[in-house]
Ligand binder design. Sequence first.
Ligand code: GFB
Length: 308
Amino acid sequence: MKILVAGSTGLVGSAILDKFKKDGHNVVGINSKVVDLLDREATFSYLKDSKPDVIVDAAAKVGGIGANKKYPVEFLSENLRIQNNLMDAAHEAKVERFIFLGSSCIYPKNAPQPIKEEYLLTGPLEETNSAYAIAKIAGIEAIKSFRRQYGHKWISLMPTNMYGPGDNFDQETGHVLPALINKFVSAKESGSPSVTLWGTGSPKREFLFSSDLADAVSIALEKYDEDLHLNVGTGEDLTIKELANLISREVGYRGEIIWDHTKPDGTLRKVLDVSRMNNLGWKPKVELKDGIRKTIEYFKNVKGMVVA
Ligand code: GFB
């Protein structure tokens, strides 16, 4: 069985590639340097030649709340094109299994908590990431359509907010957890008396370490073949303020935290109901504190700093 991981140099794709390698599978990773998935012809030609049996689609344009708000055109258009090209080419190349990865932001802004899979399309989306969410919802619908029309054993997984080594730590475009690591580590390094964070700090978020998602992908590939997309998360969340305290403590930063209320809070809560994934025998292994510690270490190493 030949497995192809698309987006294999990103946070999620690299963890999935590692997992399948460690498990002794015949696995290949591709990134935009190998084949540009925005290029339809190049995508078709690559899959025709490489003939994988399985594709895990971790290729996407992703970013935190700031990037989503600033670049909705790219978040909608690039994600639609990447997933459509890859799925259409996979169909033509007769790829047997396809795992499409979405995001927990597909659910309505005011969905009851914890969010069950069936709450999809039951209410309006959160405005800060509706473009990205609609692209991902289109991906879920595409997977379902390929199943219904052609009987393909293709599935969708919806991970919660992901983090880990290899993340985008940029303070403007990154997700909150890596952006905060960068902000606190940099403030400690420069001796800055304060760190400015976005919004009120009261929204809650759920975080999953990338290797735990890789385990979930592997289990779903083995055991799941149904129309319904599956949530992947810890089922536990904390406020952004609590997250900030956790990271600043781990980093050893003792300055002041200022909350910039002109920046958006985004959705107030989006914790996932993960009972379906749990019933397949999957549970996350990495505690948030340990995952944060590993991610801080990674970031310091990348920055060329001595890990304290
Ligand atoms: O991870 P994040 O950027 O995006 O988290 P979402 C945003 C939350 O953290 C908001 C607060 O409540 C922000 O106000 N926050 C505080 C910060 N300081 C910062 C900071 O320095 N940087 C960032 N980024 N946030 C994303 C979607 O939503 O979730 C994506 O935009 C995707 O499309 C992803 O679905 C999983 O969790 O709000």
